[in-house]
Design a protein. Structure first.
Lengths: 200, 404
């Protein structure tokens, strides 16, 4: 079935995520995709675009407004119903889990639009994974910095080599059943209290 | 040995999420051995969705929404029950400075009298040469939508023909008003106080003046969860009852405002939250009005889930053409609210509870002692136009309703 011919609207305040979804839709052959990432004047723009399918992030505060527009069929020409059909609990769950919501024009066949939702779910999930990994990397970098500072303190105050300083941190962490970064943080904090300005 | 209960509750950052917030923060949930997790949502749609997939077990929700869901109007909705209400009142109608000026020229007064100010609004509309007025509400299935429409219609204004009513997120209403996107709105707190103090709006009237002691938010429960966890649900009702007593004490208002002001909850300044708690609302132009029963968290059986409230909401769904009446739908609406579960959960506390499950709404013109199980006072509960709703004669009420 030719996917094009469907007018798809993506509403997402997160521009990066919106771009990822848009790209996915275009790759899958949907050539009428519009992205809205600014919510100002949303109702008017939807009425103008008159989309067949709307993909929107679940947390968007404008969803109540959106759903009320679909109820009043004079705002959009055709009434639009919730995409996920009631009997399909697994797909509802997958969508909510991923943070996606979608709506279609009433009467459109489920099988025509199901690939859109599937794609949106997988892209939303990929985006969250990416975000999580970024957060973790950021966290690791921060930890690395703290440990380096703690090693520097030990090397200066106790005359240790870098390896010996790290070994001491690790041993202390093991003895106290704590993480190395926690021991390092305590050391850095203590040093800054004892000698303000001297730890830099 | 006490069994511990883990309950996840959704809420929208509004003043009347207070009972849930207080149950958690002031230890009332803990007293009932409940680990209460609160999840903040930014729309009623996402509350509904998370209830449907059981990310949350219960929620602070608009009184008509569980009914709309059970009637199939609002999907994907789980089957829901309402074993408790989360207070009475709390909303207001805010208008732009320009509209207030026009209303004042036609006799609107600062005391927020619903009749006088409604007539003034109608005259202002009659005299208006420019585009029809636009008013915002928070949701199609909301007390806000129904009480605003009730007020307009009883004032001789057809809410659909003489003006336009649209849905907006409450936090955007003040800006929409200031930006002339809308001319007025009906919302809960702190959004009227915000509109008046920060966006130059003016109160036109309040929910308590349109229909005193009227229903607003309720505890919506996923019916499957409730059936599987009756003890947890009963324990939660006890915790929420204790929280409602705490919220009702004037000497706790300041602490409550501070609690709600936290970013995890309503996340707005204390000065925007305090007025509604004490019923002293800034109405505009530096004037503050004292409003009886503006928000009632505990008194007058404020947490009792009256079937007559459910049925009144149902009649408004019919009135505003959201659904057509059938006897079966009326039954579904009435059975969504569960006073039996409320009584069973709270009977051990020795508190006064209504013995009836429904009452004639609008019948009490003064505070009236009722019931046999202790000192309970109901009312006044009048509609501003003297209307009465008899839950035993729903069809007659439906037939009597006009749209403007």
């Amino acid at each position: 079935m030719k996917p094009s011919g469907l007018n798809v609207l993506v509403i997402d305040e997160n521009r990066i995520r919106a771009a990822i979804i848009e790209e996915g839709l275009r790759d899958a052959g949907y050539d009428q995709v519009t992205v809205i990432d600014i919510m100002h004047g949303l109702a008017r723009r939807i009425a103008d675009l008159n989309p067949d399918v709307i993909v929107i992030d679940l947390e968007n505060p404008n969803r109540d407004m959106l759903e009320s527009m679909f109820q009043l069929s004079r705002a959009v020409k055709r009434p639009i119903a919730m995409f996920v059909d009631r009997s399909d609990e697994a797909s509802i769950e997958a969508a909510v889990e991923a943070g996606v919501s979608a709506y279609i024009v009433d009467g459109l066949k489920q099988e025509r639009v199901r690939p859109i939702l599937k794609m949106a779910i997988s892209r939303f999930n990929a985006f969250s994974r990416l975000n999580r990994e970024l957060e973790e990397t950021r966290g690791e970098l921060e930890n690395r910095k703290v440990i380096d500072r703690a090693k520097g303190l030990l090397m200066r105050s106790r005359g240790l080599s870098e390896d010996e300083a790290y070994a001491l941190l690790r041993r202390t962490a093991m003895n106290q059943n704590r993480k190395i970064v926690e021991i390092a943080q305590s050391l850095v904090t203590a040093a800054s209290l004892l000698d303000p300005g001297g730890t830099q | 040995m006490t069994t511990r209960h883990a309950i996840t509750a959704g809420f929208v950052p509004l003043l009347d999420s207070a009972l849930l917030v207080v149950a958690r923060e002031m230890g009332f949930a803990e007293e009932q051995a409940i680990d209460l997790t609160l999840v903040r949502e930014r729309s009623w749609a996402s509350i509904r969705d998370r209830l449907a997939v059981r990310h949350i077990d219960v929620a602070h929700i608009l009184g008509p929404m569980p009914i709309a869901g059970n009637l199939g109007l609002n999907v994907p909705a789980p089957e829901m029950i309402v074993p408790m209400a989360l207070g009475l009142g709390g909303n207001a109608v805010t208008v732009s400075a320009a509209l207030w000026h026009a209303m004042a020229e036609h006799g609107a007064t600062m005391d927020l009298d619903a009749h006088r100010n409604g007539v003034a609004l109608r005259k202002a509309i009659d005299a208006r040469k420019t585009a029809p007025l636009r008013f915002g509400v928070v949701h199609p299935y909301s007390g806000h939508n129904y009480e605003l429409r009730y007020w307009l219609a009883a004032s001789g204004i057809d809410p659909d023909r003489d003006m336009e009513i649209l849905v907006l997120p409450p936090p955007d209403m003040g800006d929409a008003l200031a930006g002339n996107v809308i001319d007025g709105y009906c919302a809960g707190e702190p959004w009227n106080t915000f509109g008046v103090l920060r966006r130059g709006g003016h109160l036109a009237t309040v929910k308590a003046a349109i229909w005193r002691s009227s229903p607003e938010k309720v505890l919506g429960v996923n019916a499957r969860w409730g059936e599987a966890n009756p003890e947890a649900m009963a324990a939660l009702l006890v915790a929420l009852h204790q929280a409602s007593l705490w919220c009702a004490r004037p000497d706790n208002h300041e602490a409550l405002a501070k609690l709600l002001a936290k970013s995890a909850y309503v996340g707005r300044d204390v000065e925007l939250l305090l007025p509604a708690l004490g019923g002293n609302l800034p109405v505009g132009g530096g004037v503050v009005q004292s409003i009886s029963d503006f928000f009632v968290p505990n008194a007058k059986a404020a947490t009792f889930p009256w079937k007559s409230h459910a049925l009144w909401f149902y009649t408004q769904m019919i009135r505003w053409r959201q659904i057509e009446h059938t006897a079966e739908r009326q039954r579904i609406a009435a059975e969504t609210y569960r006073p039996d579960l409320y009584r069973a959960a709270l009977k051990g506390l020795g508190i006064a509870m209504p013995s009836a499950s429904a009452k004639v709404e609008g019948a009490l013109t003064a505070a009236t002692p009722v019931g046999s199980s202790g000192a309970l006072t109901l009312g006044p509960d009048g509609f501003f136009d003297g209307g009465r709703f008899d839950p035993d004669d729903v069809e007659a009420y439906i037939a009597s309703q006009s749209t403007g």
